[in-house]
Design a protein around this ligand. Structure first.
Ligand SMILES: C[S@@+](CC[C@H](N)C(=O)[O-])C[C@H]1O[C@@H](n2cnc3c(N)ncnc32)[C@H](O)[C@@H]1O
Length: 258
């Protein structure tokens, strides 16, 4: 196998339609342990595999998060949820990352909060495996199960930050997602039901039992969904507000237990 040059990789990626061919080429060449592996990675990217799955990692909140096939790739806009959590509960001691996927949100929170007790949970076994790897260096625990049913009972009433980046794409809009999501991420990570809010409503309803007094729940939504999410939070007794980042196209709904 000939040594790959940067220029040949850029040319191959550009021909395959990769818009950021130079950046991607540099990342692939810097990540691949051998020239053979670099060539295989270029082939996988040219065949349409998302860059993060080719590399095996995604950048999130300054961290390198391991991502595995079949697991949702953390989006940079979700860094807004992390920043809002840290601003709302800067002294948090107990953190739960519900619907954790790779565990990116939990890892980013633990990296900024010294010595937190960190739990993450997901219904998908592939996500739980991946989160376990990403949370190991923070002493985090990854549990498998349906929303709160996955959590150990001793967390009831003790959670300072409950971060839940739930699936929130309306069922009818899933076919309109880019191929990276539609073809490479599991439906359970994307489909939030008819209006996209099915899982969010269940999280809002269950959260007060698990939050500590003053503890907060944070979810990401679309602009259109945010008022309905606020209603759901208020119906469950939380004090609720939204925090918008126009720059990141991110809407976060924040509920606090009084
Ligand atoms: C949009 S992804 C977010 C993943 C991760 N929090 C992130 O931001 O990268 C939603 C995640 O919710 C999980 N999920 C969907 N329904 C669930 C349920 N009922 N209980 C637990 N996890 C669920 C999916 O498996 C998926 O990993």
């Amino acid at each position: 196998m000939p040594l790959l040059s940067l220029i040949s990789v850029v040319t191959a990626l550009r021909a395959a339609g990769c818009v950021f061919a130079e950046d991607e080429a540099e990342l692939i060449l810097a990540t691949a342990p051998t020239p053979d592996e670099a060539a295989a990675m270029v082939d996988r990217r040219v065949a349409g595999l998302p860059l993060e799955l080719v590399l095996g990692w995604a950048e999130f909140a300054g961290l390198r998060i391991t991502v595995e096939p079949g697991v949702f790739v953390p989006r940079r806009r979700t860094e807004h949820l992390v920043e809002q959590a840290l601003a709302t509960a800067p002294d948090a001691r107990v953190v739960v990352d519900l619907c954790c996927g790779s565990g990116a949100v939990g890892a980013a929170l633990a990296a900024s909060l010294d010595g937190v007790e960190l739990h993450a949970a997901d219904i998908d076994p592939a996500a739980v495996r991946c989160a376990r790897r990403n949370l190991a260096s923070y002493g985090g625990h990854a549990h498998r199960g349906d929303l709160f049913a996955a959590l150990p009972d001793h967390l009831r009433g003790r959670v300072d930050i409950l971060a839940a980046n739930v699936p929130y794409v309306p069922t009818g809009e899933v076919p309109l997602l880019p191929s990276e999501a539609r073809d490479h991420e599991p439906l359970v990570a994307l489909d939030g039901g008819t209006d996209g809010l099915d899982v969010l409503r269940r999280v809002a309803a269950g959260a007060p039992d698990w939050l500590a007094p003053g503890g907060c729940l944070l979810v990401e939504t679309s602009r259109r969904q945010a008022p309905h999410a606020l209603d759901a939070f208020r119906r469950s007794g939380l004090t609720a507000r939204t925090a918008v980042s126009e720059e990141r196209h991110a809407h976060v709904v924040i509920g606090t237990r009084g």
